[in-house]
Design a binder for this molecule. Sequence first.
Ligand code: A3P
Length: 341
Amino acid sequence: MDSFLPSPDCDTISKTYNGQIDSHLVQKTNERYREILPNLPRGKGWMTEHLVQYQGVWLTPNAALKGLMWVQGHFKPQSTDILLASFPKTGTTWLKALTFATINRTRYGFADHPLLTTVPHGCLPFLEACPNDLDGFPSPRLLSTHIPYTLLPNSMTGNQSCRFVYICRDPKDVLVSKWLFMNKLRPKELAPISLEEAFELFCQGISHYGPYWDHVLGYWKASLETPEQVLLLKYEELKEEPSVVVKRLGEFLGHPFSLEEESKGVVEEIMKLCSFENLSNLGVNKSSVLKLSTQIIVDNRHFFRKGKVGDGKSYLTDEMIKRINEITSEKLLGSGLVFDS
Ligand code: A3P
């Protein structure tokens, strides 16, 4: 297999909408987009000035909304596709690194591995940003997405279709991680968002791909109904028992670790390569940048902050912790899913 992309060029979506690829479909998506945009509910944005609500989810009005519409209308999934799905700031970077390293473990040596010179986001395409470019991509395709499960087209979620690995995390840590990250990306002309404001917005569900709890529940329910198609991982479990989770990941992806690999320490090598300590100290992740769109360029170092469980609590007041815990208990009630902190 060949799922490694040396450069993600997530700018492809702009090319797509400039009509260089399949201009008829592009035009149709653009027309529909222009038609619906003015009537969508608006909320305050974290990184952009505002977000819009479409089919119950909050999105940036340009790239994320167009990306979702494109995927819903025109993406052609393959039954061998593997989607790494997440709500932003739940551990996407780590999941990408671990999965990429697991799937490609016989292909690359650990001493000269692509993850040593490429940020994990550059190792696989982001579905919403490069949909057309994927048609000629060799299978099995390893892709990532932030789209909620319930908004994906049936062609992706139906029987015998794509497989999903989803990562989720305690909402308090997600909120704080997201607040700090988004303020770094927020244009200088917009005043930074205060923690109090971010907290209120997050609790109301107004954040990229929010409400967070709906996002998690969509994938959680799918993982219960079709466990062979959807694997749900928790950031906290990964932190606690990385080797158990990496082995589970290998099995789910149809690449189980053999006894020989286990005895040679391959699982440990993958964990070491993808660890926060290793990745965050690499030159590429300290000083290079990732181009997310024509306007948004992110310093790779911002993808690695502390990588700790429970850090959110040190930013939030007792009252905020109580309220977010109550919302979480209420939203997840009866689902069987819990976050233990
Ligand atoms: P913190 O801000 O709490 O440190 P995402 O990848 O979805 O954007 O999530 C970012 C969060 O994952 C950040 O959390 C970041 O530090 C953490 N992270 C990134 N790489 C990691 C790794 N290899 N191991 C553990 N955590 C990691």
